[in-house]
Ligand binder design. Structure first.
Ligand code: ZN
Length: 340
């Protein structure tokens, strides 16, 4: 009887999830498997690689999940639904594999001498050429009406500065949060208007998401923007998109530590993932990617701030490091002799 009930539940669930959200649902399960593998590789001492097939698969599953606006709260990793529809699961895997084949595989290499708006390697910074023991904390996808201020308070208490890559759409919706970012002396940077995947967008949309959003944020908050990060990092190897970012007078910012906090709800495992990537990085330096729209990010990023603080690592905004690489003195990296 119990088995019969279970079976009918599964059949009912199958019909209810064979809808538009099923793609996201199975992408979620697939993402869990991929992240498990990602964490295993980090534990084995492997450094973060922005062009590894595994990392690209994770990025592609995220696009599938967020493209369908799937509510992650509805997802229960212990649910029997995990194994209820292998056909849909296979379809999601195939979708990811198809896109992986068409995506470029070259590694993002940056110019360690000069960084400036350009479609060439000089116009993209990943963190791999950062000076030793220097880290940038970056927060994407906000501002959020409550999360951003919590992150800001933690940064202030550790005396650290971070870069906030805001969406113009959300910046307009939460202007006080943007004002707090600026008032606290943090760096404001741009992450498009609506978080559209620009690698799949028309030229018109690309321009709107880059130029119009820059114009909107700069005019609304009376501050110039020099740094841009593509949603999902998608299009960073696309010469046209990169040229448009350069035409808008901005440098593209990638990362070399991914928290995967958009998927992982556990602050401890997010922190461990960050720590492994930091320790596996060649010069103990680079750019850490967070999203200031998730509750788990507040706790996990505070743990990272504490780690940076207690290990006396340098914490600078991306803009400060760019200026330093371009031979401009930056106190956060090299204090003046008399202040030591
Ligand atoms: Zn984003």
């Amino acid at each position: 009887m119990k088995i019969l009930f279970l079976l009918s539940c599964l059949i009912l669930s199958n019909t209810s999830i064979a809808t538009a959200s099923s793609e996201s649902y199975y992408a979620n399960i697939y993402a869990d498997q991929l992240i498990k593998k990602f964490d295993q590789q980090l534990a084995n001492g492997k450094a973060f690689n922005n062009s590894s097939e595994l990392y690209k698969r994770i990025q592609l599953t995220r696009e599938l999940i967020e493209h369908n606006d799937y509510d992650l709260k509805k997802y229960d990793p212990t649910s029997l639904l995990r194994v209820s529809n292998f056909e849909n699961y296979d379809r999601v895997q195939q979708l990811v594999e198809t896109q992986l084949i068409t995506s470029t595989v070259d590694t993002l290499i940056e110019n360690s001498l000069n960084v400036y708006p350009s479609a060439s390697r000089a116009g993209n910074i990943t963190g791999n050429t950062f000076p030793e023991n220097t880290w940038s904390l970056t927060f994407d996808d906000g501002p959020h009406k409550t999360i951003t201020s919590k992150v800001l308070n933690n940064l202030i208490s550790y005396g650290q500065q971070a870069s906030f890559f805001v969406l113009a759409k959300k910046a307009i919706a939460h202007p006080t949060a943007v004002q707090s970012i600026l008032d606290y002396g943090m760096e404001l940077a741009l992450h498009s208007y609506s978080h559209a995947n620009l690698s799949k967008a028309s030229a018109e949309t690309i321009d709107y998401e880059i130029f119009n959003s820059k114009h909107i944020v700069e005019n609304s908050f009376n501050t110039p923007l020099f740094l841009f990060r593509l949603p999902f990092g998608a299009g960073v190897r696309n010469p046209y998109i990169r040229q448009r970012i350069a035409d808008a007078g901005m440098v593209h910012v990638f990362w070399n530590v991914d928290t995967l906090d958009w998927k992982d709800k556990n602050p401890e495992s997010i922190f461990n993932r960050v720590l492994l990537q930091m320790n596996n990085s060649p010069k103990n330096s680079g750019i850490i990617l967070f999203h200031d729209i998730h509750p788990q990010t507040v706790i996990a990023s505070k743990m990272v701030m504490e780690y940076l603080y207690s290990n006396k690592l340098k914490v600078c905004t991306v803009g400060e490091v760019v200026k330093y690489i371009n031979n401009s003195f930056q106190a956060c990296i090299k204090p003046k002799k008399d202040s030591i």
